[in-house]
Design a protein around this ligand. Structure first.
Ligand code: ZN
Length: 260
C-alpha cells in the first residue's frame, strides 16, 4: 500500500541458484587446531561477518517462471521468489546499481578485515529467492545483514532514501539490534549528504511487516532504499561511478559504526 517501488510490495529476493561461494565456508572455523586462535579477536570488527544483499539480479527478467514462484515470506505470507526491480528513465537498472554499490561497500569492509558474504556472486544470474537471501545471512551468523535497493516512484517530486527494518519484531535480532542498525545506516547516509525520503517512512526509517528478507532474518538486518531512480537528480547520481561510491562510502561507514 504505501509501497511503490522496486519490490512490487515484496522484499529483497532471490533464487536458489547463485549462492556466493564464500557463504559455504562461513559456518564454522576449523575446530581441531591444537593452538586455538586468541579468543579476544572474536570481539573485534575484523572478526565479524557482514552479509551484503544486492537487490534483484540481472537474469531475473528473462526467467519469470523462476522468480514468480511463491516462497515463504514470514508472518504466514508468501511472496514471489524475486522481482526484476526498477530502473531510471534512461534505463539504468536497479540490479546493476545494487550490484555495483554492494561491491563497493564490500571492498571497504574487506579492507577492514571484515568477512563479507554476498547473497549473489554476479549480476547475470537469477535470484536467489528472498527466503534464501535471508537464509544466507542466518547461516553466516552475520553480525549485520544489509540489503541494498533503489526505489522507482513516479510520484512527482518523490525523492530521498529510507532504511527499512522488521516491525513488529519476530525474534530478538529483529528488535533493538535491527533498529539500531537501521538508525545507524540512516545517520550515516544523512551525514554523507543524502536526503531522507519525502514520500516513504518517516525521518529516513520505515518499520515494515511485509519484507521477506527482514521477516525471515535471525540476524540484525536492514534494507536500504537508496533513493528514487525516477527522480532526475537521484538518477543522475546513481548512474555515475562517483555517485555510487558516495552511497557506498556512507553505507560502509554506517556498518563500521554499528559494529564498533
Ligand atoms: Zn529493489
Amino acid at each position: 500500500m504505501l509501497l511503490t517501488g522496486c519490490q512490487g510490495g515484496g522484499a529483497a529476493a532471490g533464487t536458489p541458484t547463485s549462492v556466493a561461494p564464500t557463504s559455504a565456508s562461513v559456518s564454522a572455523p576449523a575446530a581441531s587446531s591444537s593452538s586455538p586462535a586468541p579468543s579476544s579477536t572474536t570481539t573485534t570488527i575484523a572478526a565479524r561477518v557482514v552479509v551484503l544483499d544486492p537487490g534483484h539480479n540481472g537474469g531475473n527478467a528473462r526467467n519469470p517462471s523462476v522468480i514468480n514462484k511463491p516462497v515463504p515470506a514470514g508472518r504466514g505470507q508468501t511472496k514471489p521468489c524475486n522481482t526484476t526491480g526498477t530502473a531510471t528513465n534512461a534505463g539504468y537498472s536497479e540490479h546493476a546499481f545494487t550490484w555495483d554499490v554492494t561491491q563497493r561497500v564490500g571492498a571497504k569492509l574487506s579492507a577492514k578485515g571484515i568477512r563479507v558474504v554476498y547473497t549473489r556472486d554476479d549480476d547475470n544470474g537469477v535470484g536467489p529467492c528472498v527466503n534464501e537471501r535471508a537464509a544466507i545471512g542466518n547461516r553466516a551468523g552475520a553480525a549485520a545483514v544489509v540489503s541494498i535497493h533503489a526505489d522507482g516512484s513516479d510520484s512527482a517530486g518523490a525523492h530521498g532514501f529510507h532504511v527499512a527494518y522488521s516491525n513488529p519484531p519476530l525474534n530478538a535480532a529483529q528488535g533493538q539490534p535491527s533498529i539500531s542498525l537501521a538508525q545507524t545506516l540512516r545517520d550515516s547516509l544523512r551525514s554523507g549528504g543524502f536526503a531522507v525520503s519525502n514520500y516513504l517512512g518517516g525521518n529516513g526509517l520505515a518499520p515494515r511487516n511485509d519484507l521477506a528478507g527482514l521477516n525471515l532474518s535471525e540476524r540484525p538486518a536492514a534494507l536500504i532504499e537508496c533513493g528514487n531512480m525516477r527522480d532526475a537528480t537521484e538518477a543522475a547520481l546513481m548512474s555515475t561511478a562517483d555517485g555510487r561510491q558516495r552511497y557506498a562510502n556512507a553505507i560502509a561507514a554506517g556498518v563500521l559504526t554499528y559494529l564498533s
